[in-house]
Design a protein around this ligand. Structure first.
Ligand code: BGC
Length: 740
């Protein structure tokens, strides 16, 4: 079939859906239309009479949080068979990083820098969820965030718009597949639109102030990318953006989403966020809030029931037009048709592979393996192969926590299936080695040192120590922000006590955010940062510790030295007075009575400098990679053309391993200042020991576009620098000119 034919066919199909929507809407009363905009939380267990009645009257368009397949089928049966027009239901659920099989938390999946793996994981999550009747997930969360204090950084894909776009698209592809009506496809939802990741001081739900230029260049690109990729729905953010809460924000929901991007799916509010418009001080009461949300472009009300109660009176009083209601309802119905729900709203669980099957678990292990970032490995203490036949002390509150290793948003995860590090290390070593396990702390937050003596004794009797610490899952996620992001409780004290044993100390961190590790970094020989790695996390960590596989995760977010550096991110601006090692002076080195202008006068903190503890894109390997011969196919090209950058990457280590090759650019001069570096390409490679590979990236002039001072996307001629390497600090570089 030619592509022209495909387009004709596609438009015929979408036309027929539009026609079906129109035909159905011709039959609908105002009450039935408003019913479609109403999403309510499902009661668990028995379906109460009021709910049966509401469904039969067509007063509900969607339910969330029901995952018992028989109950879901019964809810659909009432909607389809007992309501006048038989409109099926959207069944929503937070399927965020897996369903029953739990994959690493999204920030961990982002550390894989592997879109194929992220897509495959989302597909498995979609299939397991679809088997229960869920047909809509509230994912992907693609809020760019540069604040590790914010608990929801765990759910995010990190600090960079390019990486978050690539992985967001991969998640949508996994959830939705090519065909929303296919077995195992569920509708995705891009959230939280928009700017939520900039919540002031990282405190959840807090105000955001984002200049439009920053919004367009940093926060919106992932949303634009998934809108272009066909995501079925958008969710508004709880937060207020430059004084207008997102749920009432016409500029976001109409001007940008509909007029500029041409989005044709539907928009759902966040949980009760329509009612919260009044708490924000943006509306007076529920009626006013309903009017503001509907007028701004919210199509469906999650959980507040304000649309159900107030839209009809608003229409009757002439404050909302029926045309507006029709648009909202059509947006929702279109997705129901695309999902094939009018053909079959029922779920046959047996049509699906069993959840938690071997293939799903193997995928979860692969994802966990690639998500773990090796931050430090002094004297190559890892892998621990040389200790495999010896005695190892396994210490700490996260070594054997089947639930905590799953991370936030695991409503449906099954901790009984979790493979913990402790049991995985034991089974990997078998009879060869011996494990001395001491939990030592009740939780990561414990302030008691009661268990320390026993832990230190175990360390002294062992050849090496592996400490499993970090944060339990409750310390990150929604509404779980922290102002101090050191290892909580007395973990630092315990690590220092273990250090005194003189044995090699390996720190394995499981956490929902970057942590400030400055206070313990010199007390440990190696650090594996495992995020919350999900069901198979322990097996993956054991394989990495003992060198069955080499670590290959790379940081999707900057790790600050101290929290006072936040926001600190790689794509910062140069400033008029950029800092350098030559100009930096630490406050401890300032002479008494130093003259005010004696300190270099550049942009740094006197106590923390200007660099992070670990930069974006960073991650070590058991192999070693050398980059050389960065070549550009030409050093000048015109707008509308592209240039090819090639580089040779060699594994000069002695083990086979993956490397994530990253390409960054800098636009030297523009009508608005541009970041010192911006990620524009990446590729995960597998290189055997000794192997070299030439890697090629195309840079098109369109990749150099940005929003300029007049808020239009522009491509400006001028000089650009390109770096390729294994982190955002890559040194190998070249330059080109873009000409008109
Ligand atoms: C969260 C959303 C989530 C929704 C439904 C809200 O509290 O902000 O991300 O999808 O609840 O559970």
């Amino acid at each position: 079939m030619t592509s022209e034919n495909t387009t004709v066919l596609e438009s015929a199909n979408s036309q027929s859906i539009d026609e079906r929507v129109r035909a159905l809407m011709n039959e609908m009363t105002l009450a039935e239309k408003i019913g479609q905009t109403n999403q309510i939380n499902a009661a668990h267990g028995e379906i109460p009479d009021w709910l049966r009645g509401s469904l039969a009257h067509g007063n509900i368009g969607s339910l969330l949080n029901e995952v018992d397949v028989d109950t879901v089928n019964e809810l659909q049966r009432i909607a389809v068979q007992e309501s006048r027009l038989g409109i099926p239901l959207l069944i929503g659920r937070d399927v965020i990083h897996g369903f029953k099989t739990v994959f690493p938390i999204p920030i961990g999946q982002a550390a894989t820098w592997n879109p194929e793996l992220v897509e495959a994981s989302a597909r498995i999550a979609a299939e397991e969820a679809a088997a229960t009747g869920v047909n809509w997930t509230f994912a992907p969360m693609i809020d760019v965030t540069r604040d590790p204090r914010w608990g929801r950084i765990a759910e995010s894909l990190g600090e960079d718009p390019f990486l978050a776009s690539a992985l967001g698209i991969a998640m949508v592809a996994g959830f939705q597949g090519d065909d929303l009506s296919a077995l195992g496809s569920i509708a995705a939802c891009a959230k939280h639109f928009a700017g939520y990741g900039a919540s002031e001081s990282g405190r959840d739900y807090n105000t955001t102030s984002i200049p439009e230029i920053e919004l367009r260049n940093v926060y919106l690109p992932p949303f634009n990318a998934v809108a272009n990729a066909g995501v079925a729905s958008f969710m508004t953010s709880f937060s207020d953006l430059n004084g207008v809460p997102s749920t009432g924000n016409k500029f976001l929901l109409k001007t940008i989403l509909r007029d500029e991007w041409g989005f044709t799916g539907f928009v759902v509010s966040d949980w009760d966020s329509i009612r919260q418009l009044s708490d924000h001080g943006y509306t007076e009461d529920d009626r006013h809030a309903g009017l503001a949300a509907a007028s701004a472009g919210v199509d469906m009300d999650m959980a507040s029931t304000i649309f159900a109660e107030h839209l009809a009176p608003l229409v009757e009083d002439g404050e909302l037009s029926i045309a507006m209601i029709d648009t909202m309802v059509a947006n929702i119905l279109r997705v129901k048709f695309q999902l094939g729900l009018f053909e079959n709203a029922f779920t046959e669980a047996n049509a699906y592979a069993k959840p938690l099957n071997a293939e799903h678990l193997a995928a979860a292990k692969r994802s966990a393996l690639q998500s773990v970032v090796l931050l430090k490995n002094d004297s190559r203490v890892l892998p621990l192969s040389q200790f495999a036949t010896k005695t190892l002390a396994v210490i700490g509150p996260m070594a054997d926590e089947p639930y905590e290793q799953l991370g936030t948003w695991v409503f449906d995860g099954v901790p009984e299936y979790s493979r913990t590090p402790l049991e995985s290390i034991r089974s990997l070593l078998g009879e060869r080695g011996h494990v001395n396990y001491v939990r030592a702390m009740e939780t990561t937050r414990s302030k008691s040192d009661e268990g320390f003596a026993q832990a230190v004794e175990a360390a002294q009797e062992s050849d090496a120590v592996i400490f499993f610490g970090g944060e339990e899952s409750i310390l990150s996620g929604e509404a779980h922000s922290r102002a101090n992001i050191d290892l909580p409780g007395k973990q630092a004290e315990l690590i220092k006590a273990l250090r005194d044993s003189g044995k090699p100390i390996i720190l394995v961190v499981m956490a929902g955010r970057p942590l400030t590790l400055t206070n313990i970094i010199d007390d440990v020989d190696a650090i594996l940062f495992a995020w919350h790695p999900g069901t198979m996390g322990g097996l993956a960590i054991a394989d990495l510790l003992f060198g069955v596989e080499s670590p290959s995760g790379k940081l999707p977010v900057t790790f600050p030295r101290v929290v006072g550096q936040v926001p600190i991110y790689y794509a910062h601006k140069n400033t008029g007075r950029p800092a350098s090692q030559d100009t930096f002076v630490h406050m401890d080195d300032i002479d008494a009575n130093a003259a005010q202008t004696s300190l270099g006068m550049t942009s740094f903190h006197l106590d923390a400098g200007f660099t992070p503890l670990f930069e974006f894109g960073y991650g070590l390997s058991y192999a070693e990679f050398v980059y050389r011969s960065l070549n550009l196919s030409r050093d000048e090209f015109a707008i509308g053309e592209s240039v090819t950058a090639t580089v040779t990457v060699q594994n000069v280590g002695d083990v086979d391993a993956d490397e994530v090759v990253q390409l960054y650019i800098r636009d030297l001069v523009a009508n608005v200042t541009r970041p010192v570096r911006q990620l524009k390409g990446f590729r995960r490679l597998h290189l055997q020991a000794g192997e070299s590979q030439e890697v090629e990236f195309q840079i098109a002039s369109t990749d150099l576009a940005f929003y300029g001072v007049d808020m239009q996307s522009v491509i400006e001629p001028g000089e650009f620098h390109v770096w390729i390497g294994g982190a955002s600090s890559a040194e190998l570089w070249a330059r080109f000119r873009l000409v008109p």
